[in-house]
Ligand binder design. Sequence first.
Ligand SMILES: [Zn+2]
Length: 165
Amino acid sequence: MKVVYETRTCGRCGGSGKYSWNPSDGDRCFGCLGKGTRLTARGRRAHAAIEAQLTVTTADLKVGQRIRTTGITIGGQPFRYNTRITALPGPTGSTCRYKNGDGPWVEKEYHTVEYLELGGKSTVKDHTFLESKWRILPNRDELVAAVAAVGKLKGMTVEDDEERS
Ligand SMILES: [Zn+2]
């Protein structure tokens, strides 16, 4: 099962995905990132609604759940990878104090979440906050629940890849 969002042909490149050459992007059209299509306005709304359903806080994570996270290369460049939650050990007992603008100082407790390191040989113990957000990579049930939660929205279609009998 997958969700397909409504797109239209990119008006900038006419659907070729290519535009005038520049040193950083080559001839890739930045209107569509080289895809040749862009989400329509209602496609964007549907996409945002589903993304919101697939974004959970630390408190809602479950062991075994697949997530997308960010690692840092030795050169200091961030990169994304997909992994799986292996343990939710909970509060660390250590806190962090911060303040937003002129607001009051707030003290928040760090929680740890463990997930498989890139390559899957060991685990990463990530210090996070209970209200930190994670993008899950849904299994079929989680995707079904996300689609049900947003209801019928124009701008998306749900394709069922299950074999029909
Ligand atoms: Zn384009």
